[in-house]
Each structure stands twice: as C-alpha cells, then as structure tokens.
Design a protein around this ligand. Structure first.
Ligand code: DX5
Ligand code: ZN
Length: 232
C-alpha cells in the first residue's frame, strides 16, 4: 500500500448481498472503488453480528485493492493474527476493545498490516495522542457502530478537523465511517478526511446484475467532493 491524501471510496460490504460477497467485491472494484471495507461485529462490543476471519479469507481472492478490516470486537487481540492471515491489509481496532492499545497496534504492524484506531462518536481524540507514531489510520465514526443506514452525526466534522491537525505530516489516513453520502462527504473531506466508507450510499439501487448503479453512486460522492473543494 502506498500513502497519499487523495480522496478514496471504501464501500462497506455490510450493505452488499450476504449470499454473494465475492461477486459484490468484484462488482464494486470494477466500478472503481479504491478500498473494500469489511465490518466485523461480535454481538458483544456492538449489538450486531456479521462475519469473521474465514469470510475475510474467502473474499480475499476477489479483492484486488485494499482489504480494510474494521474490527468491532472485544477483545480483539486474540483474533488479530487470524485476520492478518486472512489477508487484511488494514486492521482497525477500537481503543475500548482492550487494556493496552499500544501493544495491540504493535502486534498489528508486526503481523504485516497497517494499524488503525477507530474513535466512536463519544470517544475523545485524545485516545490517539500517545500512539500517533504507531498508527497508519484513524477512523472517525460518524454513527454509533453496529448498523448500516444510520444518519450522520454532525460533530464528526470538527473531530476530523482536530484529528487532521494532530496528525500533522505523519502518513496517517483519516477515514470517516457512517452516514457518508454526497451531502455529507464534502464536509468531511474539507475537514481533512481522505478515506470515505460508504455502505448504503454505494450499494443502494444496484446489484451484481446491475452494477453500473454502484459506479453512479460512487461518482455522485466523488463529484460532490470535487464541487465542495471548488466552492471552498
Ligand atoms: C457501522 C459500520 C459502517 C457502516 C456504514 O458500524 O462500521 O461501516 O456499514 O454504513 P452506512 O454507509 O450505510 O452508514
Ligand atoms: Zn466500518
């Protein structure tokens, strides 16, 4: 993975057809997504259950870009190696998932993955202050984690701006996850986000039999971001 601050779209396959993940990943990549975002939930850290390392391993051959794995599980440490072996490029954990964030991040990097930290809407960005040199990505949650299709929480915009200032020149991606649409995307990219996770806004109206809609949906997000940048 190379680092740059261009705006990237990472569709969340939480909104894909669960009976057809391989084809869904191929379809969003063919339609021009930059990363593929995989939401792992345990029914304990968040009130929903999705999938584990075996599913990540199964879709890996269908993901040519970046497999971006968002772990909403606690504890996370015992499973990091399994997700790394399943082919994750990025492993993002929540600071609340364990007692030793720095140790967990070191473990992720030692497994050959990029290390991310996710900040819930109620988690202060000071949680990353002492691990800035141990991370490759900060995920700013703009909904409470657990479900797709929720409304964007506006306070995420200023949090992105503060995180962007904290990150400075470090090669750290700033990702926003939850309620990203053509309306909200320009707000967060203007504040400094470079990776936009979008589930409903990418998958709505499309299917593997009608994948052009995925491309149209991603184009709508990119165009709103470009327009926002011009207006600024
Ligand atoms: C929420 C997940 C998100 C979610 C985004 O817990 O982390 O990735 O799927 O979905 P939308 O874009 O529908 O809000
Ligand atoms: Zn996510």
């Amino acid at each position: 993975m190379t680092f740059d601050r261009s705006v990237k779209i990472a569709p969340s396959i939480l909104s894909a057809d669960f009976a057809n993940f391989g084809a869904e990943c191929r379809a969003i990549e063919a339609e021009g997504c930059d990363w593929v975002h995989v939401d792992v939930m345990d029914g304990h850290f968040v009130p929903n259950i999705t999938f584990g390392p075996a599913m990540c391993k199964a879709i890996r051959p269908h993901v040519k870009t970046v497999m971006d794995v968002h772990l909403m599980i606690a504890p996370a440490d015992p499973f990091l190696e399994d997700f790394a072996k399943a082919g994750a490029d990025v492993l993002t954990i929540h600071p609340e998932a364990g007692p030793h964030l720095d140790r967990s991040l070191q473990l992720i990097r030692s497994l050959g993955c990029k290390a991310g930290v996710a900040l819930n809407p109620a988690t202060h960005e000071s949680a990353i202050e002492h691990v800035l040199d141990a991370i490759d990505l900060v995920l700013v949650m703009s909904v409470n984690p657990g479900f797709g299709g929720q409304s964007f929480i506006p306070s995420a915009v200023e949090k992105v701006r503060r995180v962007r200032a904290m990150v400075g020149d470090r090669p750290i991606h700033i990702q926003v996850d939850g309620g990203v649409t053509p309306q909200t995307a320009p707000l967060v990219t203007e504040a400094g986000a470079d990776v936009l996770v979008a589930g409903s806004a990418v998958f709505k109206g499309g299917s593997v039999d009608n994948p052009a809609v995925y491309g149209d949906n991603m184009r709508a997000i990119r165009e709103s971001v470009a327009k926002g940048a011009k207006a600024a």
